[in-house]
Design a protein around this ligand. Structure first.
Ligand code: SF4
Ligand code: SF4
Length: 143
């Protein structure tokens, strides 16, 4: 099973279309919505975990979204953990919904697994030392 978390940015003109549902109907992809919101300008933002039987099917689904005008990017470069200022207090692990932040035992180190991050930003607002942050630009290409 191929699985990947992606960030979708919908321009206002397509936010009312049920494009994500088409991923299942047209490409047999499974998806789990990890985060979603809509701006006051009606632009949509969604973080999806997409699973499929093959990377080819995943790529076809991503191409379909892009053809509809949806921006598709990887969340890997959106959230960062500054190891210089992290005190390993563990506060972020209590709020992380995807277990992207976890405590490695017996070292008691807080580890950040970017592959599991849904970019919900809960750790950013929780971290007392501001070790967790958000990159403003997404540089990773998807499909
Ligand atoms: S809350 Fe901040 S300082 Fe504490 S473990 Fe998480 S990243 Fe490190
Ligand atoms: S943004 Fe932070 S809290 Fe949210 S999934 Fe990623 S690591 Fe976890």
């Amino acid at each position: 099973m191929y699985s990947k978390i992606v960030i979708l940015n919908f321009p206002a003109k397509v936010t009312q279309k049920a494009l994500v549902c088409q991923l299942t109907k047209k490409f047999d992809l499974l998806f789990n919505i990890l985060n979603a919101r809509i701006s006051n300008k009606k632009e949509g933002y969604m973080v999806l975990e997409i699973s499929s039987g093959s990377k080819t099917a995943f790529n076809k689904g991503v191409k379909f979204l892009k053809d509809q005008g949806v921006s598709v990017s990887s969340p890997e470069h959106q959230i960062y953990k500054d190891e210089e200022i992290c005190t390993h207090c563990g506060a972020c692990t209590a709020v992380c919904p995807t277990d992207a932040l976890y405590i490695k035992r017996p070292e008691m180190e807080v580890i950040f697994d970017k592959q599991k991050c849904s970019v919900c930003e809960l750790c950013v607002v929780t971290c007392p030392t501001r070790a967790m942050g958000l990159f403003s630009e997404v540089s990773q290409k998807v499909a």
